[in-house]
Design a protein around this ligand. Structure first.
Ligand code: ATR
Length: 266
């Protein structure tokens, strides 16, 4: 039986064990998947210990994704090219640590496959320019134009400069509708309103919040303005499926797990 785990701090709330247990059952994989709490100052030692005890792979969550990037012996192309310097998936490759980041792919699969929204040729707006925004920017390839808006304009300018079809602006300069709006700020955690105009939403807009588990002020505003609204639960399950695929070589069905987690929440 192959061993896997997710490492974070805190970790008790993590849905990853439930998700991976479901995937393993669906695809008949002989594996275990635990949640492991690492002390904030000994992520490195915890990972090395687990790898030495023959864990085949690890998922990494808050606050360790940046540290995880640094301890890898090798990195996937997408982990290298996302400007985030963060990984969420580790693979034990004969004792060496290989790092990947499945967050961007998870977001794209959720938007395109689950929500049926094609990114190609679309006007995209990203709200936020922190780690979450960096991590998913590359997965939006094919968009016509990507606008990055952030409270701190310098960070938006920097992020937008990393892609050829990017531009940056302040929240209060946004005044026209976008096809796809992704909230990658952490404002929803504190129920903070973003100072954004109703004019950025239309009936044809997909408003996607990378957070899940609650209706954020962003989602409520988008709904009031007739947009299609999605939270980040699909992304959570899809990034897990992508990690599972890297480890086991099989793609699990994500829909039943998404339904299961939604049912638990209500
Ligand atoms: P994460 O990894 O979640 O992206 P982060 O790197 O700290 O965390 O980035 C948080 C993002 O949310 C930033 O874009 C931040 O804006 P600033 O760069 O201006 O700080 C944004 N953010 C957090 N709280 C916010 C709020 N109340 N209003 C607007 N933006 C907010």
């Amino acid at each position: 039986v192959d061993k896997y785990a997710v490492i974070g701090n805190p970790i008790a709330h993590s849905k990853s064990p439930l998700i991976h247990a479901d995937f393993a059952q669906q695809t008949a994989q002989a594996m275990t998947y635990e949640a492991i709490l690492a002390p904030v100052d000994s992520f490195d030692a915890t990972v090395k210990e687990l790898m030495a005890s023959d864990y085949k792979g690890l998922n990494v969550t808050v606050p360790f994704k940046f540290e995880a990037y640094k301890i890898c012996d090798s990195l996937s192309v997408r982990a290298q090219s996302s400007g985030a310097g963060a990984v969420n998936t580790l693979i034990n490759s004969h004792g060496k640590i290989h790092g990947d980041n499945t967050d961007g792919a998870g977001l794209r699969r959720d938007i395109e496959l689950n929500l049926g929204f094609a990114i190609e040729g679309k006007e995209v707006l990203i709200l936020g320019a922190g780690g979450a925004a960096h991590g998913v920017l590359n997965s939006l390839a094919g968009a016509k134009q990507i606008t990055v808006a952030n409270r701190n304009l310098d960070k938006a300018l920097q992020l937008a400069a990393s892609i050829t079809n990017g531009s940056a602006c302040a929240f209060d300069a946004l005044d026209k509708p976008y096809d796809l709006i992704i909230n990658a700020t952490s404002a929803g955690l504190t129920d903070s309103m973003l100072p954004i105009s109703d004019a950025i939403f239309s009936k044809n807009t997909l408003a996607y919040d990378m957070m899940y588990g609650r209706e954020t002020p962003f989602m409520a505003q988008a709904r009031r303005n007739g947009a299609q609204v999605a939270d980040g639960l699909g992304m959570l399950v899809e990034q897990a499926a992508e990690a599972f695929y890297l480890w086991r070589g099989v793609r699990p069905n994500t829909k039943p797990v998404m339904d299961k987690i939604r049912a638990l929440a209500t």
